[in-house]
Design a protein around this ligand. Structure first.
Ligand code: SF4
Length: 67
């Protein structure tokens, strides 16, 4: 059993209590998504024989990546 975590480090605002890695700038968003897509494709062979049970989108605010 395997799981995949995708960290989307963009937020509209900075919350003072937050310990996650994030940026309130959207600069580089497309490059990051392209890099994540590339890494998923490159590492797909590592998952052969495994069942991916969960794909977790964390952040940041993952929905900002798809606006
Ligand atoms: S990840 Fe959540 S809690 Fe942290 S700065 Fe972004 S919106 Fe705030």
């Amino acid at each position: 059993m395997a799981g995949i975590y995708l960290h989307i480090p963009f937020c509209k605002q900075a919350c003072h209590y937050c310990d996650f890695h994030f940026s309130t700038s959207q600069r580089g968003r497309e490059d990051l998504l392209d890099a994540m897509s590339m890494e998923l494709k490159r590492r797909a062979s590592e998952m052969q024989g495994h069942v991916v049970k969960t794909i977790y989108f964390g952040g940041g605010t993952p929905s900002l990546a798809f606006i």
